[in-house]
Design a binder for this molecule. Structure first.
Ligand code: GP9
Ligand code: MN
Length: 710
C-alpha cells in the first residue's frame, strides 16, 4: 500500500493512476451505458484494450511540462476534459443510441437550451462513477495526501511515453483492421469506430472529417450537381391523374406529431383508445392514410423530419443538417415553391425557442415568411413543459395569428408535449384514461402524453370546422420519429403483445412506422388506408401533386406515394432499408412476414442487391447535394432563389395585419372573411392553464434574437 502511494507521488505513478482510472471508466461505460455489440472474444479483447492507447497518448502531453505547477494542472485538465467527453457521450447515447460528433457538438451550442430539461432526465444514479475519481483525487491533492513530484520527466522519456502510446495505438488499429477491414475508410456506423478504437479516436477522426466537409463545399463544382440531377430525373414518378390537384388551392395545415409512432393509432390500453380522435380521422372517408410509412431520421430527429418533408432530401449521416449546415445551405423547399407557384403564405407555429435546431436561421433559407416561436406565446408558469408551450395552448393561442394570414396558407404546427421524458402535469391528465403499467415510466407516460396530444388535435379541428376553414383545407398529419427508443422497446413488447425475451433488430425496425394522413374534406369521400411502403422523403412530391403543382423540375429524392411508379424501397439513414417483402438490417435480410432471416431465391437476391444499390446511391447523392451545397448551382424554371435577408420573424402579427389593410376587401385572411371579426372566441379548450396567472418561474427561457415587441 505504501509502495503504491509512493508510486502515485511520482509523476509516472500519477500518470499511470489517471490512465488506469479512465480506462476503467470507459469500460464501465462500454458495459453499462453503451451497447457496442462485441460478438466474439477477439472483439472483446479489442474493446477492452482500445481506451488504453489514446488515453496514454493524450495524458503523456503533460510530461512535456517540466514544472510541477504546470504538469499537475495540465494532466488533471486533460483527465477532466476526457471524462467530460465520455460523459456527454453517455448522456447522448441514452437518447440517440449513437455517439456525439463534432457536428452534433457544435450543433448543441445552438440547441442546448431546449435540451437541458431532458438531459437532466437522462442522468442516472450510477453516473457518480464517472466523476468520483476526479473529485477524490482533487481532494487528496488538496489535503496533500497525493504530493506533487517536483522532479521533471526528461524530454526523451516523455517522448518515449508518447511513442509507446502511438505504437500501442498502431497495434490497436491493425487488430481492428484485421477484424473489420477498411474500418475508417468506409465509415457507416459510429458504433463500430467506438467499438474498435474508442471514443477519443472517434472524436479526433470526426474532427478531421468535418474539416474535410468545409473544404469540400469550397471546391464543389456544377458537374457534381449534374450527377444528382440525372439520378432524380431517372427516378421521378409521374402523378396519378386521379389524385393530381384534388386539393388544389386549399390551405395546407401541417400537424407535426412529436415522437408519435404508428403503433399508437388504433391502440387500446385498458380497453380504452389512446388516440380516439386520430383514430376517427384515420378511418374517415375524407382521409388518405398510410400504414407502412416510415420515419427516416438520423441524429437530427425533428429537424431531419422537417428537412425531409420540406425538401425531399435526406438528413445527414451525422448530426443535424439544420444545425450544422442549415444556416448557409441553399434549399428549394415547400414554402418557397408553393409561394412562387401558387401564391401561398407560409408560417410555422412552434412553442419552443426559435434557436432550437437552428430554426430561426434555417426557416429563412426554406422561405418561411412567418415563424411564431415561443416568444409569441405566454409560456409562463405551468403553460409549458421542457420543450415549450403545451399542445392544447399552442393550437389555441396560434389562432390569433393564423386568422390574419392571407389564404391559401401553408401552416405548420410543431407539437412538443409528447416529447421525451413525457412529463405532463396532473392537471392535464385525463382522469378517465388509465395508462399501462409496464414498470418503465417512459413507456407508461408516453401513452398519457399521446392521449393529451390527441385531445389537443380534436379541439383544433373543432375550431377549423366551426370557422369553415376546414372545408377548404388539406390537413396533413405525420409523426416525426420514434418516441420509445430501441433500448426501451423491450419494455413496450408486452403492450404490443410481444415477448421481450426474443425482441430483435427486426422488431425495432418495424417500430420505425409513423403515421401519415392527408385529410381532404369534401373531396368525394374516396379516402382509404394505403399499404404502400414509403418514407418521409416521399411526402413533398406527394403533397405538391395533391395541390396540382408539378414536382418534376425540382431535385427531390422521394416519389409521389400515390404514383404507380412510386419506389417502395425505403432507405433508413443508417443504410438499412425496408421493402414490402424484406428488410435489410446490418446486411442481414429478414422476411417481413416471419420476422426471421430470409432464404432468398437467386432472383430475390438480385432484387435486394438492386434495392441496396439504390439506397446507397440515393443517400450518397443526397449527402453530396447538401454537404457540398450543390443546389446553389441549380436554377429550375421559374424558381427565384430564396434570399434569407428578405425574412424577419419579428412583429409577425403586425406584418400580417398591414398586408390585410393594404389588400382591403381583397384580403383573404380568415379574419377578413369573417367580416373583420376575430375568430378567437370560436376556439374552445379544456386546458386548465389558460387562466392561470404566471407566478411560477418559466420552464423555458425565451431568447429569440429576431423577435421583439410583439
Ligand atoms: C424542439 C422539438 C424537439 O423544438 O422540435 O426536437 P427533437 O428532440 O424531437 O429532435
Ligand atoms: Mn421530434
Amino acid at each position: 500500500m505504501k509502495k503504491l502511494s509512493k508510486f502515485v507521488d511520482t509523476r509516472i505513478g500519477f500518470f499511470t493512476l489517471l490512465v488506469v482510472l479512465f480506462w476503467f471508466k470507459t469500460l464501465f461505460a462500454y458495459f453499462t451505458d453503451f451497447n457496442l455489440g462485441a460478438s466474439n472474444i477477439f472483439q472483446y479483447i479489442i474493446l477492452i484494450f482500445n481506451p488504453l492507447a489514446t488515453t496514454a497518448l493524450i495524458y503523456s502531453i503533460a510530461f512535456y511540462f517540466k514544472r510541477a505547477r504546470f504538469f499537475y494542472p495540465v494532466i488533471m485538465g486533460l483527465a477532466i476534459a476526457n471524462t467530460l467527453l465520455l460523459y456527454l457521450n453517455v448522456i447522448y447515447y441514452r437518447e440517440f443510441t449513437d455517439f456525439m460528433t463534432i457536428a452534433t457538438m457544435t450543433g448543441y451550442s445552438k440547441v442546448n437550451q431546449g435540451l437541458s430539461g431532458s438531459s437532466l432526465a437522462l442522468t442516472n444514479l450510477h453516473d457518480v462513477f464517472y466523476w468520483l475519481d476526479i473529485v477524490v483525487i482533487v481532494v487528496l491533492m488538496l489535503l496533500r495526501v497525493i504530493r506533487f513530484d517536483r522532479r521533471a520527466i526528461g524530454t526523451r522519456l516523455a517522448f518515449a511515453f508518447t511513442s509507446m502510446s502511438l505504437v500501442l495505438f498502431g497495434v490497436n488499429l491493425s487488430l481492428a483492421e484485421m477484424d473489420r477491414p477498411q474500418l475508417l475508410g468506409r465509415t457507416f456506423d459510429r458504433n463500430y469506430i467506438v467499438k474498435y478504437l474508442g471514443i477519443d479516436t472517434f472524436t479526433g477522426y470526426d474532427l478531421v472529417k468535418s474539416q474535410h466537409i468545409h473544404e469540400m463545399r469550397q471546391s464543389a463544382t456544377k458537374s457534381e450537381l449534374d450527377k444528382v440531377k440525372e439520378f432524380t430525373d431517372k427516378h421521378y414518378a409521374k402523378p396519378d391523374p386521379q389524385m393530381y390537384g384534388i386539393a388544389k388551392g386549399r390551405n395546407v395545415i401541417i400537424i407535426h406529431l412529436e415522437s408519435f409512432q404508428q403503433f399508437l393509432v388504433d391502440k387500446k390500453v385498458n380497453d380504452q383508445e389512446v388516440t380516439p380522435f386520430l383514430n376517427s380521422l384515420y378511418h374517415s372517408k375524407d382521409t388518405y392514410a398510410f400504414d407502412n410509412f416510415f420515419h427516416q431520421v438520423g441524429q437530427g430527429k425533428t429537424s431531419d423530419a422537417e428537412n425531409m418533408l420540406e425538401t425531399s432530401t435526406f438528413g445527414l449521416p451525422q448530426g443535424s443538417l439544420f444545425a450544422t449546415l442549415g444556416s448557409d445551405n441553399t434549399f428549394q423547399a415547400a414554402p418557397a415553391i408553393l409561394n412562387q407557384r401558387a401564391g401561398y403564405t407560409s408560417a410555422v407555429f412552434h412553442g419552443n425557442v426559435a434557436s432550437f435546431w437552428n430554426r430561426n436561421n434555417v426557416y429563412k433559407n426554406l422561405g418561411y415568411q412567418y415563424f411564431f416561436d415561443a416568444s409569441y406565446y405566454d409560456t409562463s408558469g405551468d403553460k409549458a413543459t421542457g420543450y415549450g408551450l403545451k399542445d392544447k395552448l399552442l393550437f389555441k393561442d396560434s389562432v390569433k395569428y393564423l386568422q390574419n394570414l392571407q389564404q391559401p396558407f401553408y401552416a405548420k404546427f410543431i407539437t412538443v408535449t409528447n416529447h421525451f421524458p413525457y412529463d405532463l402535469d396532473d392537471e392535464d391528465k385525463d382522469p378517465n384514461f388509465q395508462t399501462t403499467n409496464t414498470g418503465d415510466s417512459n413507456v407508461d407516460n408516453y401513452f398519457v402524453t399521446a392521449h393529451y396530444l390527441d385531445q389537443s388535435l380534436a379541439e383544433f379541428f373543432n375550431y377549423l370546422k366551426k370557422t369553415g376553414v376546414y372545408d377548404h383545407s388539406i390537413i396533413m398529419i405525420y409523426g416525426d420519429h420514434y418516441g420509445i427508443s430501441n433500448s426501451e422497446n423491450p419494455s413496450l413488447a408486452s403492450v404490443l403483445g410481444k415477448n421481450a425475451d426474443n425482441w430483435t433488430d427486426f422488431d425495432n425496425t418495424q417500430l420505425q412506422r409513423v403515421p401519415l394522413m392527408f385529410v381532404i374534406p369534401n373531396s368525394g369521400g374516396h379516402g382509404y388506408i394505403s399499404h404502400t411502403y414509403g418514407g418521409e422523403v416521399d411526402v413533398l412530391p406527394t403533397l405538391l401533386h395533391l395541390l396540382g403543382v408539378s414536382s418534376k423540375r425540382y431535385i427531390q429524392f422521394g416519389t409521389d406515394l400515390f404514383s404507380k411508379e412510386h419506389s417502395q424501397t425505403v432507405a433508413f439513414r443508417n443504410r438499412d432499408f425496408i421493402t414490402p417483402r424484406f428488410t435489410s438490417i446490418n446486411g442481414t435480410i429478414y422476411n417481413n412476414r416471419t420476422g426471421k432471416e430470409a432464404k432468398l431465391t437467386k432472383k430475390q437476391r438480385q432484387q435486394m442487391q438492386r434495392a441496396r444499390d439504390l439506397v446507397n446511391q440515393e443517400l450518397s447523392l443526397s449527402d453530396s447535394l447538401n454537404e457540398k451545397n450543390l443546389l446553389r448551382f441549380y436554377h429550375p424554371k421559374g424558381f427565384k432563389a430564396v434570399n434569407p435577408a428578405d425574412y424577419n420573424y419579428s412583429n409577425g402579427l403586425k406584418r400580417a395585419q398591414r398586408i390585410e389593410k393594404k389588400k382591403g376587401n381583397k384580403s383573404t385572411s380568415i379574419f377578413s372573411q369573417n367580416h373583420n371579426r376575430s375568430t378567437v372566441n370560436d376556439y374552445s379548450t379544456d386546458a386548465p392553464e389558460q387562466n392561470h396567472s404566471s407566478t411560477d418561474s418559466n420552464r423555458i427561457k425565451i431568447t429569440n434574437p429576431d423577435a421583439n415587441n410583439k
